[in-house]
Design a protein around this ligand. Structure first.
Ligand code: DGJ
Length: 513
């Protein structure tokens, strides 16, 4: 059996294969510290995830815990995580909290933190040393490479049969905050030298960073150096055990200048640089806490960058975005952050401190779990049941999906061979999902609809001088790709066809006469 791999399927869609079968990660990412204690995992974490119909979980392994003493590895925390996930029947994406986490070096072992001479920090223009180890510090990158490679070896030893671990995220939200670039002595020398030959060849341009990138020189320079460090680490780890690897991005967002978001992280504008420096990565995944999640999905899902969402808001809109991510964007992974919170009563949940939200530039409503749990669990279940149909129809014109993109996005227009659909979105309300719909064209007149908070309307094609009627409307369920009909709704219900706050499926047969 092959190892987990991301490759294009027969329709050309980049797909994660696990045990040689497509695997769509209906996931959640756990809070940062919750994989650090095996007892906590056992008693609190795994029980909290049950019932959400996830098939995967995203969780960290911490460098400081696996190498507390230089050169002496202790993999027990990683092992409990892997064995625990396996017991729960969940696949695992491991976050390597190594040199960089949220633009800092929070998880490097204390022995490295203390030795600021050997493992030098990035510096601001005024010489202030940062809490971030410089990506130009080859000695630090080498230590991270060794630790990550040792971790991959250990994973291979205990997991190459089961393949509980299916993907690795290398580092977390890389970049520098509060400065456009590193001004340390080593960085200064590199910044005023010509750009590396490999980058010059890829761009077809040469010169110094400022000559080639102008005002974007600082961010481009950091992107190259962070990406090169990640490549060193990921390539070495993959040689030991070849799992798909990606990097995640803190989004470029208001107030937009490099350093207000981590400068050098794999945001869209510097992805060509990342792609050149780090060919061992299959994707750059967005962490999406802004109100305009669908726009972000649209811009990150490109032919070169399959959509892998390691973190997204977990309020009730998450379910709508899950439908859109898989239905419209062929996502490999969808994963609300702090997923274990969904087990709590919304009233019990401590609101994240406002200072933290401000520091992380997170929309606080992203963490409001009112109405989330049941809706996400039902949506994940439906996606699971739809999978055979999804595999058949995705990448063809017979599956189309939409979601409300913003306040002024009132409807979507979806075209099929013999009919057009107008999807009117319900109002946006806190604690409720956004309007979202999947339409599967099963034959010229029969459509399977799966939706939330919206009203579909049907139209004959322009220029066709015929009237339209709903011949038959059925509510029902999808079980393993099969339609199981429920009530036939050809009376009042047909005149007020609407999807509500929980995901539902309907089969509609249309008639032109
Ligand atoms: C994004 C980071 O990647 C996560 O680890 C976490 O810090 C969230 N922000 C916010 O809690």
């Amino acid at each position: 059996m092959s190892l987990p791999v991301v490759k294009r399927d027969e329709k050309g869609i980049p797909t994660l294969y696990v045990h040689d079968k497509p695997f769509f990660m209906r996931s959640g990412e756990i809070h940062n510290s919750n994989a650090s204690d095996p007892a906590y995992l056992e008693e609190k974490l795994w029980p909290a995830l049950r019932g959400l119909n996830m098939n995967a979980v995203i969780a960290p392994v911490y460098w400081e815990l696996i190498e507390p003493t230089e050169g002496a590895y202790d993999f027990s925390s990683a092992e409990s995580l892997i064995l625990g996930a396996r017991k729960e029947g969940l696949k695992l994406c491991i976050l390597w909290f190594g040199l960089w986490k949220n633009a800092e070096s929070m998880y490097v072992p204390a022995w490295m933190k203390r030795d600021t001479e050997t493992y030098f920090r990035a510096e601001k223009v005024n010489g202030e040393k940062m809490t971030t180890v410089s990506p130009l510090c080859a000695a630090a990158v080498e230590k991270d490479r060794q630790a990550f490679t040792a971790l991959m070896r250990r994973i291979r030893e205990i997991d190459s049969e089961d393949n509980t671990v299916v993907v690795m995220q290398v580092e977390n939200e890389i970049g520098l905050l509060g400065t456009d670039r590193d001004y340390s002595e080593t960085a200064q020398k590199a910044f005023f030298a010509p750009i590396p030959g490999k980058l010059a060849a890829a761009l077809g341009k040469s010169g110094t960073w400022e000559e080639v990138f102008g005002e974007d020189a600082g961010e481009s320079f950091m992107a190259w150096h962070f990406a090169s460090a990640v490549e060193t680490i990921a390539a070495s780890g993959r040689k030991e055990y070849d799992l798909p690897c990606y990097a995640n991005a803190w989004l470029r967002q208001s107030p937009w200048f490099p350093g207000s978001y981590p400068s050098g992280g794999p945001v869209e504008r510097v992805q060509p640089i990342w792609r050149t420096a780090a060919p061992s990565l299959f994707a750059f995944g967005p962490d999406i806490y802004v109100p305009y999640c669908a726009d972000v999905m649209d811009s990150y899902a490109t032919d070169e960058n399959p959509l892998f969402i390691p973190e997204i808001r977990k309020d009730a809109v998450a379910s709508s975005y899950a439908l859109y991510a898989f239905g419209a964007k062929n996502a490999i992974c969808f994963s609300p952050f702090g997923i274990e919170d969904l087990a709590l009563d919304p009233g019990q949940l401590d609101k994240p401190p406002m200072d933290l939200m401000i520091a992380l530039n997170i929309d606080p409503s992203a963490f409001d779990i009112t109405g989330s749990k049941d809706c996400l669990a039902a949506t994940y279940d439906l996606l699971d049941q739809l999978e055979p149909l999804y595999l058949q129809y995705r990448g063809t014109g017979h599956l189309k999906a939409c979601v409300r993109h913003g306040e002024t996005d009132y409807s979507a227009f979806l075209r099929f061979a013999d009919y057009d659909f107008v999807v009117k979105y319900g109002p946006r309300m806190s604690g409720k999902p956004l309007g979202a719909l999947w339409v599967l064209e099963l034959s010229e007149d029969r459509f399977l609809l799966v939706g939330l908070n919206c009203t579909p309307e049907f139209h004959v094609k322009p220029g066709v001088n015929r009237k339209l009627d709903i011949l038959r409307l059925e509510e029902g369920r999808v079980v393993k790709g099969q339609w199981i009909p429920g009530r036939v709704m050809n009376g009042d219900e047909k005149m007020s066809l609407r999807f509500g706050d929980m995901p539902a499926a309907m089969l509609v047969e249309l008639q032109r006469f």
